[in-house]
Ligand binder design. Structure first.
Ligand SMILES: Cc1cc2nc3c(=O)[nH]c(=O)nc-3n(C[C@H](O)[C@H](O)[C@H](O)COP(=O)(O)OP(=O)(O)OC[C@H]3O[C@@H](n4cnc5c(N)ncnc54)[C@H](O)[C@@H]3O)c2cc1C
Length: 419
């Protein structure tokens, strides 16, 4: 048995160094331009694809690391470069994770390569869950999927919103209600290829955003979208079995027989899937926070007022000490949750949520302190810290808001279904 260590392996250090160099040489120099343009940075994605970063092989091998740490290392280094570009590079993995979690091995083999395209012609994938009236409360989703048995087709109708890569992706993974009465248990995931763009699937409004502006976010409109039966991830038999069980549970609850749900039993299969992706999102926030901390530390050592560097004021030095402490604490929470997720250690206290919650709020706080340390310069677009602050804010909102993370943690630690 090996002892406890937080030391990175040689492979992990090599990965970190390689991605850091890509961030320094390719992502950072492009960051301001694509933030201003508010467009998907296709040339940068292509460079990432040519370097072997934007590829199925790369993400498969990163996921393969049994310590779980390679994925947060990857996120931290790319997002240290720039969060909007970083999300343009890793946004595809959101949809891919949806295929991995719900699809059959054959569906994964068919669709995963299409999510990335080729280095000469990279493609994107999107995961469409959120709707105008179903953000935190995904169970109230209105998008429907109706099975047309005669044609073995599914017909999807509804509006998805705030979708990363929505409409510009080649592959859309769409979550829809098959049996709305069953709420979250009556939902299923579908994979939609590029041939349906303009034929039932269309991009709606593209949003202009506060931050991560290089990342494309838009509505996806589903208007009588007819897709083959094979588009249902996991297949019809599995879905029918799942729906039957959910109906049985609902009927028995209506009769007053309370059957303990997986969630109440602490199993939380679906929750565990979401929880597992949260450390990666937390790691992205760590990358932004680290960028701002490093930048403001250097600035504080060189900027002089009253005849001495501003860092010689305790007010500045102690702020930097707190920034570094919170940054490192965030990374440790992220690594712990990533290791637990990869090794199937149950998140008995909502550790996945803890990592995303703390890292997200730390990134907002650290980047705000960085602006303060840079003073007037920090407030202008001549310096990157204001962009990092704008970028950081999304980390208290998407992939479950801070409040929703606190809800998950408080339920987990109390065993009480806090509403
Ligand atoms: C840039 C961006 C990219 C996104 N990418 C995707 C994507 O690719 N795919 C996708 O499906 N979605 C995506 N989203 C959607 C995102 O996941 C949702 O915005 C998020 O889940 C919050 O939902 P909402 O915006 O409807 O907020 P609401 O749910 O309306 O919440 C509003 C406020 O109320 C609080 N609140 C709600 N319920 C509770 C409660 N029970 N207790 C306490 N407070 C509560 C929230 O915390 C929040 O502060 C993206 C969003 C953005 C902005």
């Amino acid at each position: 048995m090996t002892g406890f260590t937080l030391e990175l392996t040689e492979d992990q250090r090599t990965l970190q160094k390689w991605l850091h160099e890509f961030s320094v040489n390719v992502i950072r120099p492009a960051a301001s331009e694509w933030d201003e343009r508010e467009e998907t940075p296709w040339p940068v994605i292509q460079e990432a694809a040519k370097a072997g970063i934007y590829s199925l092989d790369f993400f498969a091998s990163t996921w393969g690391d049994e310590t779980g740490i390679s994925l947060p290392i990857t996120m931290e280094e790319l997002f240290w470069g720039d969060a909007g570009i970083g999300l343009s590079i890793v946004g595809t993995t959101l949809g891919l994770a949806g295929i991995l979690a719900n699809g059959t091995p054959d569906q994964l083999a068919e669709w995963a390569p299409q999510c990335f395209g080729t280095p000469d012609d990279p493609r994107l994938c999107a995961l469409a869950v959120s709707e105008p009236n179903a953000g935190s409360d995904v169970s109230s989703m209105k998008t429907t999927a109706v099975y047309d048995e005669a044609k073995d087709e599914w017909v999807l109708n509804g509006v998805k919103t705030w979708i990363t890569n929505g409409g510009i992706a080649d592959v859309h993974v769409i979550v829809a209600a098959v049996d709305p009465e069953l709420k979250a248990r009556g939902q299923a995931s579908f994979v939609v290829g590029p041939e349906f763009k303009g034929k039932g699937l269309a991009q709606g409004q593209k949003f202009k955003k506060h931050g991560i502006r290089a990342s494309h976010t838009s509505e996806v409109i589903l208007d009588d979208l007819r897709i083959p039966g094979s588009a249902l991830l996991g297949g019809k038999e599995k879905l029918d079995g799942r729906l039957a069980k959910a109906r049985e549970r609902m009927e028995s609850a209506q009769r007053g027989h309370h059957v303990k749900t997986e969630r109440e039993k602490g199993g939380q299969a679906a929750m565990a899937t979401f929880e597992a992706s949260r450390p990666s999102v937390g790691a992205q926030a760590v990358g932004i926070a680290r960028a701002a901390y490093e930048y403001s530390l250097e600035y504080a050592k060189t900027r002089e007022q009253f005849g001495r560097p501003i860092i010689t004021n305790q007010g500045i030095a102690f702020t930097l000490a707190d920034m570094k402490t919170r940054l490192d604490a965030s990374r440790l929470l992220v690594w712990r949750a990533a290791w637990m997720g990869r090794n199937s250690v149950p998140f008995s206290s909502g550790e996945g949520s803890m990592s995303k919650l703390y890292a997200g709020e730390t990134a907002v706080w650290v980047t705000e302190q960085a602006i303060q340390i840079l003073g007037g310069n920090g407030y202008t677009r001549e310096y990157p810290v204001e962009r990092w602050h704008r970028d950081a804010k999304i980390y208290t909102i998407f992939e479950g808001t801070s409040e929703i993370q606190r809800l998950i943690i408080s339920r987990a630690i109390s065993g009480i279904q806090i509403p």
